[in-house]
Design a protein around this ligand. Structure first.
Ligand SMILES: Nc1nc2c(c(=O)[nH]1)N[C@H]1C(S)=C(S)[C@@H](COP(=O)(O)OP(=O)(O)OC[C@H]3O[C@@H](n4cnc5c(=O)[nH]c(N)nc54)[C@H](O)[C@@H]3O)O[C@H]1N2
Ligand SMILES: Nc1nc2c(c(=O)[nH]1)N[C@H]1C(S)=C(S)[C@@H](COP(=O)(O)OP(=O)(O)OC[C@H]3O[C@@H](n4cnc5c(=O)[nH]c(N)nc54)[C@H](O)[C@@H]3O)O[C@H]1N2
Ligand SMILES: [Mo]
Length: 697
């Protein structure tokens, strides 16, 4: 008798939409998958990538067994070993290093957001490495500049209930390719447009979202803070500010007003941003006078030297015009801080030995090449990430990964560029094969992911592997031999009383209910307006247009414009050699480097490309469709030229993140990106990157 059932799962990928998925399972085999029509945000549809998820789960290239390296690093020569042997070898090596003069800090865990699940993303893994005394990893590759920028102004992330987007009448996609990277929010923007909203996109690149917007404003990369300050100048100059909101809920608007009136006149802002004065005036006026006005502030401007300041400045705007008061107004970076998950319970930071060092993941090159204070990194354990493809300064990352004296473990679903450099490869389960619990950074629903099928081949989940490692290391069973469901229970327990996340969020939400009922909305009001009456998470409780904490640290307490590290205006010396600013935002068919090995999606994306303006292509004899070499002092890679006015002159775009293996010359765009950090949040600066381009004959 054949048995068919349906299972509710959650898309685990690093995307704000965190979709709810309904999977049909027939005789133990997942046969169909679709977006959950009952989940208000997913609304019954999935992106082109996750629609093809079964192709990924049942892909013939799934890693099936543990492997041990038999050839040179990077040569992809391995032989199968048993799980017992793999666990023995890893623990022996970890014990040897921990017992040596270098100590356990010579071991580096390396992970990011391969899965956003609370359990397989950050639970027993953290406990294990904390208990071991390994180096801590500062996970800065994506979001910490914006988080820090928001924290200064608002004391938490810029947040509204994304569902209220439909009420907006003026929408700014600021450094946000919303229709690609957050497509369910885009459908809400589209609904708002049908009701009369205007959609504006501020982006040096005419990305898909800019193409579909009412107004594309090309800006010089990394100059968004200047634009925001210029808008403030016009708003105050013309008396368009909300004085009542400023007086009641903001700190020292008078000082910010003086700064912008003195320093950020439209002419200066036009010079910095490359946007004509008339457009700056029009944008400021439309923003301040159309109600409700919403800013979707995302990652584009964060990946520059001044990324923290940019977000700090932009998130002052809603307070100036009082748009936090209105449903459909305000600004949205992330809803992640609305979920009061008990991360202390999950991760157990109390197990960290005092004085343990932290390594910034953006500077993996420096860490592997021994350029940080000792001890050297002698072992690296990679999971939920593909650093060989996604980290900046790739040539140096790969040089480090090739070190014969580095012991590398990679726990993966596929033989990625990173797995090619492993000493031991471990096969991982996919989301269909394990249990997890999820929040989201783009909506307000909690959900559990039920396993749809049994683990394929010999794959094991992240938590299962850390249970095995902990057992072999002799670590406390009461900390490590706990089930996934117990961990999920712990994640929902109270975190204590802090303002953000609002502790009320989980009231009434239990694991039992989640399992029975499916996705549940956080226990926050349906007309949630977090800052309508102030209530900011800052020390003063106000929107800190002036920041006393920055003043205390000897830093500029007011928003300001910090130029990129590599900017032709401030670094003419660099620009003389490498004059073009290169951006490398995601290929729509990929999710960072995930899905690049799915044939149907890769064939759609075709090959690495470089979009270049005719004014830049002409003098270089570059024709549309021709191969070009893109280079700077850090490295070089190849791509197919697209000569088009989709980029601002002086800017080139190479969409990412291709696997090295599928790129000409075996390296991708991250050979040119740098490990320099942002002003706040110590984050990556992938788009702050001067290059030169030459035709390949
Ligand atoms: N399909 C798909 N969706 C994704 C991802 C993916 O890889 N593929 N990745 C997920 C992840 S991890 C993240 S972090 C998010 C990222 O989502 P987004 O925030 O949308 O990030 P990007 O697409 O990297 O950049 C957005 C836009 O900013 C522009 N930009 C670059 N520099 C600047 C600048 O200085 N100023 C301004 N105003 N704009 C600039 C870029 O040209 C780009 O079009 O998307 C998530 N969703
Ligand atoms: N040039 C350039 N570089 C960039 C960016 C850019 O825009 N341009 N974007 C940056 C950004 S925003 C981000 S967030 C990072 C993303 O960098 P990463 O977080 O490394 O993301 P992915 O490349 O998607 O790799 C995730 C890996 O985790 C694996 N995985 C998935 N689920 C599991 C699991 O349950 N267990 C284990 N063990 N493995 C699993 C997947 O197979 C995949 O290979 O890249 C950054 N790099
Ligand atoms: Mo990201």
């Amino acid at each position: 008798m054949s048995v068919t059932k349906t299972i509710r799962a959650v898309c685990p990928h690093d995307c704000p939409d965190t979709c709810s998925i309904v999977i049909t399972v027939k005789d133990g085999q997942a046969v169909k998958l679709k977006g959950d029509a009952e989940h208000p945000f997913t609304d019954g549809f999935l992106c082109q990538k996750v629609n093809r998820y079964l192709e990924r789960v049942y892909h013939p290239d799934r890693l099936k067994y543990p492997l041990i390296r038999t050839g040179a690093k990077g040569s992809r020569q391995f032989r199968r070993i048993a799980w017992d042997e793999a666990i023995d070898r890893i623990t022996e090596k970890f014990q040897e290093i921990a017992g040596s003069a270098d100590g356990p800090q010579a071991i580096l865990p390396f992970s990011y957001a391969g899965t956003m699940g609370k359990l397989h993303g950050s639970s027993l893994d953290r406990r294990f490495f904390h208990r071991l005394g390994a180096s801590l990893l500062d996970r800065t590759i994506c979001a910490t500049a914006g988080a820090a920028g928001c924290d200064i102004t608002l004391g938490t992330r810029a947040v509204i209930d994304p569902a209220t987007t439909i009420h907006a009448r003026y929408i700014i996609n600021w450094g946000s390719n919303t229709s690609v990277t957050n497509m369910h929010l885009w459908t809400l923007m589209h609904k708002a447009r049908k009701a009369g909203a205007k959609i504006v996109t501020i982006d040096p690149y005419q990305c898909k979202t800019a193409k579909k917007s009412d107004w594309w404003i090309p800006i010089r990369p990394g100059t968004d803070a200047a634009l925001a300050l210029g808008m403030m100048h016009i708003i105050w100059r013309d008396g368009l500010q909300d004085d009542d909101y400023l007086t009641k809920y903001c700190l020292r608007g008078d000082l910010l007003r003086d700064r912008v009136l003195d320093e950020y006149d439209p002419e200066r802002v036009a010079y910095i941003t490359g946007i004509p004065v008339a457009d700056i005036e029009k944008l400021a006026h439309e923003y301040a006078t159309t109600r409700p006005a919403l800013i979707r502030v995302n990652y584009g401007m964060q990946r520059h030297g001044g990324g923290g300041m940019a977000v700090r400045a932009i998130t002052c705007l809603p307070a100036l015009v009082g748009s936090w008061r209105e449903l459909g107004g305000g600004a949205l970076l992330s809803t992640s801080k609305l979920y009061p998950f008990n991360t202390e319970a999950l991760e157990r930071p109390d197990l960290i030995p005092p004085g343990t060092r932290t390594i910034n993941m953006t500077q993996l090159a420096e860490a592997l090449l021994g350029e940080l204070p000792s001890p050297p990194v002698r072992a690296m354990y990679v999971y939920n990430s593909n650093p060989a493809a996604i980290c900046p300064d790739q040539s140096r990352v790969l040089k480090g990964m090739r070190r014969e004296d580095l012991f590398t473990v990679v726990h993966e679903q596929f033989q990625t560029d990173t797995a090619d450099y492993a000493d031991i490869v471990l096969p991982a389960t996919t989301q269909l094969e394990h249990f997890d619990i999820h929040g989201s950074y783009g909506h307000m629903y909690v959900q559990t992911n039920e396993p749809a099928i049994a683990p394929l081949h010999e794959a094991k989940s992240n938590t299962d592997v850390f249970r095995l490692l902990a057992k072999k290391m002799g670590f406390e069973p009461e900390i490590f031999q706990v089930s996934d469901e117990q961990l999920a229970e712990e994640s929902l327990t109270s975190n204590g009383h802090v303002k953000y996340p609002p502790p009320a969020g989980f009231v009434g939400i239990s694991l039992d209910r989640l399992k029975r009922e499916g996705p549940l909305r956080l226990n926050l009001p349906s007309d949630y307006l977090p800052f309508a009456e102030g209530n900011f998470g800052t020390p003063s409780g106000k929107c800190e247009l002036y920041s006393p904490s920055l003043a205390k640290r000897g830093l500029d307490p007011l928003p300001n414009y910090t130029p990129p590290h590599e900017d032709p205006q401030t670094r003419p010396d660099l620009a003389a050699k490498h004059p073009l600013q290169m951006l490398s935002p995601p290929v729509p068919e990929f999710l960072n480097s995930t899905f690049v090995n799915i044939d149907s999606l890769r064939q759609q994306a075709r090959e690495p490309t470089l979009e270049i303006h005719p004014l830049d292509a002409g003098p270089r004899d570059i024709e549309d469709g021709q191969w070009v070499r893109i280079f700077n002092d850090r490295g070089s890679f190849k791509a197919r030229a697209i000569v088009a006015e989709t980029v601002k002159p002086g800017v080139v775009v190479s969409q990412s993140i291709w696997w090295n293996r599928y790129s000409p010359d075996g390296v991708n765009c991250n050979t040119t990106t740098s490990t320099a950090l942002t002003d706040f949040g110590a984050a990556a600066t992938f788009f702050d990157n001067l290059v030169e381009v030459e035709a390949q004959k």
